[in-house]
Design a protein around this ligand. Structure first.
Ligand code: UDP
Ligand code: MG
Length: 320
C-alpha cells in the first residue's frame, strides 16, 4: 500500500457499453499488474455507457484495491474519455488500453520494460491484427497518408495499448485542441519514442463502438489535426483545375470556329461533364475548408473535451 502521489504506473481504460467485458478485463488486468514491481493504479473511464458498465465497475471497485472510476456525464468519444483518465492519473508512466481485450493486458509488463529503459513514449504495432479487411485497409491508407503529410512516422496509429510518460500526458492535457487523436499528438511531445510489436486479438464480446461514419470522422480528425497540407493541396489543385478549364474553354472556342455550330451543339454533354467535374471539385474544396473552419470554431469556443460526472476514488493505492 502506498500513499497518495507515490503511484508510478497508471492504467487508463475508456469504456463505452462494455458490460460483457468488465469482469474478464478486470480479472486479467489486475492479475497482470500483480507481477509489476512499481506501485500502480487503474482508472476505468465510463464514457456515458447506457448499459450496466458503471454498475459492474462499481462492483469491481468494491472487490479490488487500486481502482478508480471516472464517470463522464455522457458519451464523449474514446479520445475524450482517455483525456479524462489522463487528468485523473497520478503515475509517471501512463498506459492506455481498450476494454474489449483486443489488446491483451498481459502485454503491459513489456511496455513497462521500455519505460524502465528510458523511453518516454511506447507505441505498439498490432501483430496478427484481428479486424475486418476493410478496417485493416483503412488503417494502412491512414498510416501512409498521415506519415506523409504530417511527418509523424508511426507504424501503427490505431493500436491503443500505449505508454505515455508524465511530461507527454501533461503536454496532451494542456493542448487546447478540442478534437484530437492522442497517439499522433503524443509523438509531438516525445523525446525518445519507441514502437514495439504486441499481440492483437478479436474483440472479446460486444460490437465495435465505431460505425463507418464515426470511423471516417476519426480519420478526418487525424488528417486535419496535424497538418495544413490538405489545404495547400487544395490551393494548388484549384490553380491547376482553373488553368485546365481555361485551356479547355480556349480549345472549345477554336474547335467551334473550325467545325461550326453543329459541332458545338453536339458537345453539350461534354460541357456538362466538365461542369460537373468543376462543381464537384469546388464542393470538395469547400467541404475541406469547412472542416478546418469547424475545427477553428471548436478551438476558439474552448469547450472542454468532456464533462465529468462523478469520480469514485479508490480506497487505497495498490502495489508492492
Ligand atoms: N470507447 C469509448 N467511447 C466511445 C467509443 C469507444 O470509450 O465513444 C472505448 C471502447 O469501450 C473501447 C475502446 O474505446 O474500450 C475502443 O473501442 P472499440 O473496441 O469499439 O473500437 P475498435 O476496436 O473497433 O477500433
Ligand atoms: Mg476494439
Amino acid at each position: 500500500m502506498n500513499g497518495v502521489g507515490q503511484v508510478k504506473l497508471s492504467i487508463v481504460v475508456p469504456m463505452y457499453n462494455e458490460e460483457e467485458n468488465v469482469s474478464v478485463l478486470s480479472e486479467r488486468l489486475f492479475k497482470t499488474l500483480e507481477t509489476v514491481q512499481e506501485p500502480w493504479e487503474v482508472i476505468f473511464v465510463n464514457d456515458g455507457s447506457i448499459d450496466r458498465t458503471l454498475e459492474l465497475l462499481l462492483e469491481e471497485q468494491r472487490r479490488r484495491k487500486g481502482l478508480c472510476i471516472v464517470n463522464l456525464a455522457r458519451n464523449f468519444g474514446q479520445h475524450a474519455a482517455v483525456m479524462a483518465g489522463f487528468a485523473q492519473a497520478r503515475g509517471d508512466w501512463i498506459i492506455t488500453l481498450d476494454a474489449d481485450l483486443q489488446n491483451p493486458p498481459e502485454e503491459i509488463p513489456r511496455i513497462v520494460e521500455q519505460f524502465r529503459k528510458g523511453h518516454d513514449l511506447v507505441g505498439s504495432i498490432r501483430m496478427g491484427r484481428q479486424d475486418t479487411l476493410f478496417r485493416k485497409l483503412a488503417s494502412r491508407i491512414t498510416t501512409w497518408l498521415v506519415s506523409r503529410i504530417s511527418g509523424i512516422s508511426l507504424q501503427d496509429f490505431g493500436c491503443m495499448l500505449r505508454g505515455y510518460s508524465r511530461p507527454i500526458v501533461q503536454g496532451i492535457l494542456q493542448n487546447p485542441e478540442y478534437r484530437t487523436f492522442i497517439p499522433a499528438l503524443a509523438t509531438f511531445f516525445a523525446k525518445n519514442p519507441i514502437e514495439i510489436p504486441v499481440r492483437h486479438e478479436e474483440r472479446a464480446a460486444g460490437d465495435s463502438k465505431y460505425s463507418l461514419l464515426r470511423l471516417f470522422s476519426l480519420q478526418l480528425d487525424l488528417m486535419t489535426g496535424f497538418s495544413l497540407w490538405p489545404l495547400r493541396t487544395l490551393f494548388f489543385a484549384g490553380i491547376g483545375v482553373s488553368l485546365l478549364g481555361l485551356f479547355l474553354g480556349g480549345l472549345i472556342l477554336v474547335l467551334r470556329m473550325y467545325y461550326g455550330p453543329e459541332w458545338a451543339a453536339q458537345g453539350v454533354f461534354t460541357l456538362f461533364a466538365l461542369l460537373f467535374f468543376f462543381v464537384g471539385a469546388q464542393f470538395l474544396g469547400l467541404g475541406l475548408v469547412g472542416e478546418y473552419v469547424g475545427r477553428v470554431f471548436q478551438a476558439v469556443r474552448k469547450r472542454p473535451p468532456y464533462v465529468l460526472g462523478e469520480i469514485y476514488p479508490e480506497k487505497q493505492n495498490h502495489g508492492v
